[in-house]
Design a protein around this ligand. Structure first.
Ligand SMILES: [Zn+2]
Length: 199
């Protein structure tokens, strides 16, 4: 949605890794096993993937979805951006309750190709699970289940929560209530991006 609206490239470690897996690379297969177990992929691997991506796509602005997730990742990103003579304008924190996370994950459908996400409850896709943007196949992610979710929440509380302080101190943290519907959340994110683009 951000790419279509603003023409800014968006990526996430998950999207990069899913592509590696589809291509059948050793890295893709190895990290897929970790994700199936609910483990986080090592920081070093994630940072390397993001760095490669930035060199290819990051010239005129970029948005990372779900990155950085740990303090070491954030610090590495800081030095990569410094070497590229740029910096982060805003760190958007989507504040979502555990209950919301649970209900969304249990009904999530995702496009294998572009990452577009919708819900199994959406009537539009019930009979024809095809992505409206790229015609890719919409499917359940095999790592979306309750056991994996518990593990992810633990990782999140111990490793990701400290990032709020880190970006708070840099005065670029922006919190958004993520329990609302898609349009409301997108409206808030748009305002932040527009504010930065015109600044
Ligand atoms: Zn798609």
């Amino acid at each position: 949605m951000i790419t279509r609206h603003f023409g800014i490239p968006v990526t996430s470690p998950g999207a990069i890794l899913r592509r590696e897996k589809d291509l059948g690379t050793p890295l893709g297969l190895e990290t897929d096993e970790m994700l199936q177990r609910g483990d986080l992929v090592p920081d070093k691997t994630i940072v390397k993937l993001i760095e490669d991506w930035l060199h290819l796509h990051g010239g005129y602005g970029f948005v990372f979805d779900g990155f950085p997730r740990t303090l070491p990742q954030a610090e590495s990103l800081g030095s990569i951006l410094k070497s590229l003579q740029t910096s982060i304008d805003a760190a958007i924190w989507l504040d979502v309750s555990e209950e919301t996370v649970r209900s969304r994950i249990s009904g999530r459908l995702q496009c294998r190709t572009c990452g577009f996400t919708t819900s199994v409850g959406s009537a539009q896709f019930a009979n024809r699970p095809i992505c409206p943007y790229c015609e890719g196949r919409l499917e359940r992610r095999s790592d979306d289940n309750v056991g994996v979710l518990q593990q992810r929440l633990r990782e999140y509380n111990s490793k990701t929560q400290p990032l709020a302080d880190y970006y708070g101190k840099m005065s670029i943290l922006r919190k958004i209530d993520g329990n609302r519907d898609r349009d409301a959340v997108f409206g808030d994110i748009s305002q932040i991006i527009e504010g930065k683009a015109s600044a």
